[in-house]
Design a protein around this ligand. Structure first.
Ligand code: FAD
Length: 456
């Protein structure tokens, strides 16, 4: 049996950063990661970084290989190779950052609770038992696969992580699920030159987003050739030699759609598979996440949880912020909590990208705010014209009583950078007039805030 001060289960963003902080504070740490292909976690291996590497290559394919099928196929295979090179480099870097530290041991194997101080780890060399004073759960999320007959068994079905390894450009990609991950893949594969169909069961496209902005995103995807089916239900999938046939029920009737790749993008659930948190007496939420308070402490006082497994927003930077909260609880004064994260921005890496922070107009009105609205077409931004991407719409929701920004919805080039300025303005309680009247460099996308907020 190994004894240690802290065991961290899962090499995710929160866990690996905490490992470094605890080790620097002189604690002995064991990091348990179930796969040697996952050192560094989901983000760098199979999610944020590889998808954004491909989004970038796809944008180049769209500009340089338009209409040239062979060139696009070659660029796609090269893009997958480049993505593999990048992830392998980051994986090795992440591994050594922890493994080379004298206070940290990286143990490759699958962890499960034995009781509230003991974790068993199944490794290639047999089982190890670890006794730890403190335990941190950072096991991420896993994809949800809907029970559609034939889907799981189809040779043409992929999850986001397995599609990233397909080095032949699909001719027709069908995406089941109209959420953010599905949309990123739709945008990316359209740029690479695949025909793309998105099947969404609900009647409203991006139902949580501002109606006007969601409408602009949908129109842009359609203009780029993406076929989006709303209120559509896949009832079965059957394989033939060369492709799968999806039977899809739509308001217009039943359709049969051929696909040489199907992406299952129907959400990700907290990952507690095989972890047996009940053996440590850890409570779960109704939705199967690890239940944790605002300090991310579970009901067992020496066990904490971070990242997707807690069941909140699924972003790498939330897992990183969870690390700050746990560090504050363990090594600091506990003042950092999930209640004082400030505005949480996010971006969906479409072409152009969509980014958001704060409330939609409807949410603000429903909460009883008196609102003022700012709006600007992306075509009015000089830099959007310079980039030859005059597509999109910017919208901000302002509290008419205080002039503070309640929300911003930016569907335009480089919105993933711009939204961070909005976050800072919201957290600092700046009036919108500050962003309206301040100096920005030119020509940049950020200077659009002058005109956006002048439109109030
Ligand atoms: C396709 C895709 C694109 C995304 N793009 C973005 C993006 O652009 N920006 C963004 O911020 N977020 C993005 N996300 C979300 C982001 O990847 C996750 O929110 C983030 O990686 C979660 O990190 P985590 O710290 O919770 O754990 P993870 O990084 O998921 O790490 C969990 C680790 O635990 C290991 N593990 C699980 N169970 C056990 C066990 N029993 N024993 C040992 N090890 C175990 C796993 O192998 C894994 O390595 C994307 C997600 C997907 C799927």
């Amino acid at each position: 049996m190994k004894k240690t001060d802290a065991v961290i289960i899962g090499f995710g963003k929160g866990g690996k950063t905490l490992a470094g902080a605890l080790a620097a504070a002189g604690r002995n740490v064991i990091m348990v990661e179930k796969s040697d292909k996952m050192y560094g976690g989901t983000c760098i291996n199979v999610a944020c970084i590889p998808t954004k590497s491909l989004v970038h290559s796809a944008a180049l394919a769209h500009v340089y290989d338009d209409g040239q099928l062979e060139a696009r196929r070659t660029r796609y295979s090269e893009a997958i190779e480049e993505k593999n090179r990048l992830t392998a480099m980051l994986r090795a870097k992440n591994y050594h950052k922890l493994a080379d530290h004298p206070n940290i041991t990286v143990l490759t194997g699958t962890a499960a609770f034995e009781d509230d101080h003991h974790v068993s780890v199944e490794t290639d060399n047999g089982q190890e038992i670890i006794e730890a004073d403190q335990i941190f759960i950072n096991t991420g999320a896993r994809p949800f696969v809907p029970p559609i007959p034939g889907l799981k068994e189809s040779r043409f079905s992929y999850l986001s992580e397995t599609l990233l390894d397909l080095d032949m450009l699909p001719e027709h990609l069908v995406i089941i699920g109209g959420g953010y991950i599905g949309m990123e893949f739709a945008s990316m594969y359209t740029n690479f030159g695949s025909q793309v169909t998105v099947i969404q069961d609900g009647p409203v496209f991006l139902p949580r987003e501002d109606e006007e902005i969601a409408g602009a995103v949908l129109q842009s995807l359609k203009d780029r050739g993406v076929n989006v089916l709303l209120q559509a239900k896949t009832s079965q999938v059957k394989d033939t030699e060369r492709h799968a046939i999806l039977t899809v029920e739509t308001p217009e009737g039943v359709q049969e759609i051929n696909a040489d790749a199907i992406l299952i993008a129907t959400g990700r659930r907290p990952n507690i598979e095989g972890l047996h948190p009940e053996k440590a007496g850890i409570q779960l939420t109704e939705r199967g996440a690890i239940a944790a308070d605002e300090h991310l402490q579970t009901n067992v006082p020496h066990i904490w949880a971070m990242g997707d497994v807690v069941g909140g927003l699924q972003f790498t930077y939330i897992s990183l912020d969870d690390f700050r909260i746990v560090k504050s609880a363990i090594l600091g004064d506990g003042s950092r909590t999930t209640q004082n994260r400030g505005a949480v921005p996010y971006s969906v890496f479409l072409d152009p990208p969509f980014s958001r922070a704060g409330l939609t107009e409807k949410e603000a009105r429903d909460k009883g705010y008196h609102v003022k609205i700012a709006k600007l077409a992306a075509a009015a931004i000089p830099k959007a014209q310079v980039l030859q991407k005059p597509v999109g719409l910017l919208k901000a929701v302002i509290d008419a009583d205080t002039n503070e920004i309640l929300g911003a919805h930016l569907f335009c080039e480089e919105s993933y950078e711009m939204i961070n300025t909005i976050k800072v303005a919201m957290d600092a309680h700046l009036p919108y007039t500050y962003l309206r009247d301040t100096i920005y460099t030119h020509p940049t996308m950020s200077e659009a805030f002058n005109d956006l907020f002048a439109s109030v």
